[in-house]
Design a protein around this ligand. Structure first.
Ligand code: ADP
Length: 328
């Protein structure tokens, strides 16, 4: 039986954080054992909202490749590449745009939300490209005839739209594409140091590549149980960000830590120190691999070029079918 095929991508933001790692990359590292995986650094997607500021994009792409490879993505088993190096994404996006009713794009729930959010901070985002974001995502997925798309809850409407566009294509022209299925990931929700969702837009993130002293400093700033004012006040670990991180990095010790918090045996300062040392230990292997790769930028570029070459072969074959179906 052949393995299913997965496509997934991430925008190169240059600020890969522990939420991205624990909430997405760790899951990908598991998926590479079960599926044929295609992972793209989607730089064109980044332009849909950051078209004015492209100065740092090459550095962000390079950093994301370092993040992925050091986190355990295998460039042999998976196809890892940069979207803009495979021009077929643009061709398919254009052709799909001919058959997609505007109303389908306008009703995607994240579209209006994000339009408002970005508008509020003064960004002119009412562009053709921004509206077409899920159309480009559709092209990314079906260019490789991926049958499975691993997503979080909020991305389900995007995959639903992909399926609708596929059905429309296959009904107007001789069918080319399979309808991809959603695979809901059970990734953890990672809080930032202020207790809200960790996100680069909140400035509450812990960078994935943070050196030990920065990890310690970020742990010291984490918000704890606000009711626990003095060391001898009993605490409630269930509302404490530090405890959430203990669950992520220090699983074996969580029962003891919760008990020591409830009985006020251990104070927040020591609890944070314990956590920081666990994080430093756990991330040290990854950081060593990252530093090793960072010392060989040419090798990283070669890995991405190799991935693009393999992606291009699959993409070219699909586009031949598409052009034939459309009489182009
Ligand atoms: P950000 O919110 O920092 O802009 P992105 O939207 O670029 O992050 O997210 C990239 C990937 O990382 C997505 O798959 C997203 O679900 C995951 N992710 C981001 N932040 C978190 C978080 N705090 N907890 C779990 N997963 C997250």
């Amino acid at each position: 039986m052949s393995k299913g095929r997965i496509f997934s991508g991430m925008q190169p933001s240059g600020k890969f954080h522990l939420g991205n790692y624990l909430g997405a990359l760790e899951n990908w590292v598991k998926l590479q054992n079960e599926y044929e995986c295609i992972f793209a650094i989607v730089d064109w997607h980044a332009l849909t909202s950051q078209y004015e500021d492209t100065g740092g994009i090459q550095e962000s792409i390079h950093n994301m490749a370092l993040d992925w490879l050091s986190g355990g993505l295998d460039p042999e088993r998976n196809i890892i590449f940069v979207q803009s190096q495979v021009k077929e994404h643009a061709e398919l996006h254009l052709l799909l745009s001919m058959i997609t009713p505007l109303s389908w794009l306008e009703r995607v729930p994240t579209y209006k939300d994000k339009l408002q959010q970005l508008g509020d901070i003064g960004k002119e985002i009412n562009t053709y490209g921004f509206l077409g974001y899920p159309e480009l995502m559709t092209a990314d997925i079906i260019l490789y005839k991926a049958d499975t798309v691993p997503v979080g809850e909020d991305q389900i409407p995007h995959v639903e739209l992909t399926r609708e566009i596929v059905r429309r294509f296959n009904s107007i022209y001789p069918p080319v594409f399979p309808e991809p299925q959603v695979k809901l990931s059970k990734a953890p929700y990672v809080p930032g140091i202020d207790g809200r969702k960790m996100s680069k837009s909140y400035g509450n993130e812990i960078p994935y590549a943070a050196p030990p002293d920065e990890l310690r400093a970020r742990a010291r700033l984490m918000i704890t149980d606000p009711q626990r004012v003095r060391k001898h006040d009993p605490g409630n670990p269930d509302v404490c960000t530090v405890y959430t991180f203990h669950k992520l990095f220090n699983q074996a010790a969580t029962a003891g830590i919760a008990a020591q918090c409830r009985s006020a045996e251990v104070g927040c300062v020591d609890c944070k120190k314990q956590l920081a040392e666990r994080m430093v230990e756990e991330l040290s292997v990854i950081h060593a691999r990252r530093a090793e790769l960072a010392a060989h930028p040419v090798k990283v570029r070669e890995i991405l070029a190799y991935g693009a070459e393999r992606a291009r072969k699959l993409a070219a074959a699909t586009m031949e079918e598409v052009r034939a179906a459309m009489n182009l």
